[in-house]
Ligand binder design. Structure first.
Ligand code: 8NA
Ligand code: MG
Ligand code: MG
Ligand code: MG
Length: 306
């Protein structure tokens, strides 16, 4: 099944832009955030108009994974880890475990042991989910292949079943976003549930199916753990599937891990809409300017053709 380069570009730029916008609120408690701005759209607009618009670890790893997938038919987790090491810029703000593992792999330290034991059962952080949208764009026609490849995309840094399943859900949701015309919370939840094997995510998806408004989103969390952020992003997308600004603003409005929840939300809306949403936004101010946008367009074309 064909996926247009425009949808791939929409997802990549939607993710990277939302990461850059959300980054200036990262770690803010929800009460503090909501007392500083008159509403979610005001917060979004503040984030957009800041002088520098730089992506963080979320964008860096998403682009690295997209590059890898444009060149490879299947993911070999150690090869992918090598790619993450090559693109690693510590100032982008990585989660602790991911930073430690990248540096251990780079320095030929006890990487394999640490990947499994740094946290009990491996990491359940959202660092694998935040980068997995390109897996959905690359393997969108084949759910079982997509699900396995998403596991391999998580494996370099995230070995806990929740860290892995978070990545699988974002990848599958991205492929659904790109191909399903009518998205609603119940439709998205119904399409994701059959693949889902953890009770934690099954319960959250069952509650996603019943979500109707912003007031229903808070229950899904705003944390750095996969199960406290992935369904939050799914809900922001499913409530505003055709409105990038509202969807990403809703993600930011949750406080906490704003760059990451916004970035996952932006990847989903961008895959759904294609690139048209970006016309109204200053994407040319991302990173070093028009050159960066040209790079992402080229990457999207290569990924779509792969
Ligand atoms: P990670 O693997 O370190 O996981 C994130 C955190 O989750 C860990 O540091 C632990 O506190 C906790 N955690 C993970 N696994 C377990 C477990 N099994 N048991 C108990 N606690 C656990 O890193 P990651 O790559 O998943 O993190 C992604 C996040 O880091 C994103 O929000 C991303 O934006 C980045 N981040 C950066 C900053 C910053 O410095 N700007 C701040 C927060 C997060
Ligand atoms: Mg980040
Ligand atoms: Mg974050
Ligand atoms: Mg293809």
């Amino acid at each position: 099944m064909f996926l247009s380069a425009d949808k791939v570009y929409g997802s990549l730029i939607g993710s990277v832009l939302a990461d850059a916008i959300g980054a200036c609120f990262e770690g803010l408690p929800v009460n503090k955030l909501r007392s500083q701005f008159s509403g979610k759209l005001a917060a979004f607009d503040y984030g957009v108009t800041r002088d520098s618009l730089n992506y963080t670890d979320d964008g860096e790893m998403t682009l690295a994974l997209a590059e890898y997938l444009a060149e490879n038919h299947t993911i070999i987790s150690r090869e992918l880890m090598r790619r993450f090491v090559q693109t690693y810029q510590s100032w982008r703000g990585y989660g602790r475990g991911t930073r430690v593992l990248i540096e251990a792999f780079r320095d030929n330290a006890e990487y394999e042991f640490m990947a499994s034991h740094l946290f009990p059962g491996g990491s359940l952080g959202n660092g694998a989910a935040m980068r997995s949208a390109p897996v959905g764009l690359r393997f969108h026609g084949d759910t079982s292949k997509l699900w396995e490849e998403a596991k391999q995309s998580a494996w370099p840094t995230h070995r806990h079943e929740l860290g892995i399943e978070g990545a699988q859900l974002i990848a599958l949701a991205t492929s659904l976003a790109a191909t399903v015309t009518e998205i609603t919370p119940s439709r998205l939840a119904d399409l994701l549930l059959p693949s889902c094997s953890t009770v934690v995510f099954q319960n959250r998806l069952a509650r996603l199916a019943k979500s109707e408004s912003d007031a229903d989103i808070e229950q899904f969390g705003n944390g750095i753990e996969a199960h406290e952020s992935v369904v939050t992003a799914l809900a922001c997308f499913a409530l505003y599937p055709t409105d990038y600004r509202s969807a990403v603003a809703t993600a930011i409005w949750q406080g906490g891990d704003t760059d990451t929840i916004a970035s996952m939300t932006g990847a989903l809306v961008g895959a759904h809409l294609g690139s048209a949403f970006a016309d109204a936004l200053p994407v040319e101010r991302l990173e070093e300017g028009p050159e960066f946008i040209g790079y992402v367009r080229g990457l999207a074309e290569r990924l779509a053709a792969s």
